[in-house]
Design a protein around this ligand. Structure first.
Ligand code: ZN
Length: 126
């Protein structure tokens, strides 16, 4: 069971910038990394194939995704600012970790049951 998500501060800044550039549309990125014990370590962000945003939802073609076990989940923005997963987010989330950006700068993580996970932002330069 994952209870913590660890993400480099730099990636957080990158994804927030991406969300700002997409605003008022929703943006979605895939999370690449690995799970060790109860922590998911996010190592990079992947732009999904055939991504397109709308004001309501970010779509991507799940069938076009390569079978890639290094993908641990996804992160998408809620331009409304409410960083809580919708029913669809939980049903159709890709991978065990569902991260949500409450526009403009709140980042939260949930598991597939909608349970909130701890999020740790790490500074690799330390
Ligand atoms: Zn959502």
């Amino acid at each position: 069971m994952i209870n913590t998500v660890s993400m480099p501060e730099q990636l957080k800044e990158g994804v927030l910038e991406y969300a700002r550039s997409g605003y008022p549309n929703e943006v979605l990125l895939l999370l690449r990394g690995k799970v060790k014990g109860e922590t998911a370590f996010i190592e990079s962000l992947v732009i999904p194939p055939f991504a397109r945003g709308s004001s309501n939802r970010a779509y991507f073609n799940r069938l076009a995704l390569p079978a890639d076990r290094s993908l641990v989940g996804s992160i998408h923005s809620h331009p409304s600012g409410v960083a809580l997963p919708s029913t669809e987010d939980l049903l159709y989330g890709y991978g065990p970790v569902i991260m949500i950006i409450g526009y403009p700068d709140e980042v939260r993580a949930f598991d597939k049951n909608g349970k909130m996970l701890n999020v740790i932002f790490t500074n690799e330069n330390m």
